[in-house]
Design a protein around this ligand. Structure first.
Ligand SMILES: [Zn+2]
Length: 230
């Protein structure tokens, strides 16, 4: 009943649809604004380097293989830019490079949601399957308390997704400010492009949060139902 529960699909379908829409939005924004070159003619790597110097940050910039694999590594203090961002002077490349730099600035500032999210990583990694196991055993053996403990452990994933939202939105807000202040993005069209790319990315994190919350709600309903039947 746990594996082929139609109720699960009812809970997850809106989240899945939103995720598909968000992914499509990211692809179309990236494809569109990856073709439009910024008038500043600066590549993602050049823009990042200049913003790092201007901000007095101690961060290196490296390229990384793949598409949209850009990320900031807080342990190594390295900004990894994907091939399509590193050498490209497109609006999308500048938006993504500045967004990742926004994470580097959060790291330097000790931005609380970023620290919270980092602290949750081990708990989420263990909790995502341990929670499942506890819920499963609890349901099979009719040990409602154990199943509720599983739900509690599992909820770490939703808290993680919730903490991710301010981290990502703040990095994007910083990115827009940085690019505008440095004169790397000029004119309303370029600003619109940056906004478009960053908003698309933000929507995927909203979809991620809804997915985690719906999954949690499903388990709450499932365990709650078993509890009532006992
Ligand atoms: Zn980000």
């Amino acid at each position: 009943m746990l594996f082929f529960d139609p109720t699960y699909m009812i809970f997850m379908l809106p989240a899945i649809i939103l995720m598909v829409i968000a992914q499509g939005y990211v692809s179309s924004a990236y494809n569109k604004w990856g073709q439009v070159m910024a008038r500043s003619r600066m590549s993602g790597a050049q823009a990042a380097q200049r913003l790092i110097s201007a901000g007095g940050l101690d961060v290196d910039v490296n390229s990384v293989r793949g598409k949209l694999t850009d990320h900031y590594d807080p342990r190594k203090k390295v900004l990894y830019l994907s091939e399509g961002v590193y050498d490209s002077p497109s609006i999308a490349a500048l938006a993504i490079a500045a967004h990742e730099l926004g994470h580097a600035m959060q790291d330097r500032d000790g931005y609380f949601p970023l620290r919270l999210r980092a602290a949750l990583v081990p708990a989420v990694n263990i909790g995502s399957y341990l929670g499942w196991i506890l819920i499963f055993i609890g349901l099979i053996l009719r040990l409602t308390d154990l199943a509720w403990l599983g739900v509690l452990v599992f909820s770490g994933g939703a808290i993680f997704a919730l903490a991710t939202l301010p981290v990502e939105l703040n990095a994007s807000a910083r990115a827009r400010q940085l690019l505008t202040d440095a004169g790397m993005i000029v004119g309303e069209d370029e600003k619109r492009g940056v906004k478009n790319v960053l908003n698309a990315a933000a929507l995927t994190y909203v979809a991620g949060l809804i997915t985690a919350v719906m999954q949690l709600l499903y388990f709450i309903t499932l365990v709650g139902g078993i509890g009532r039947r006992r």
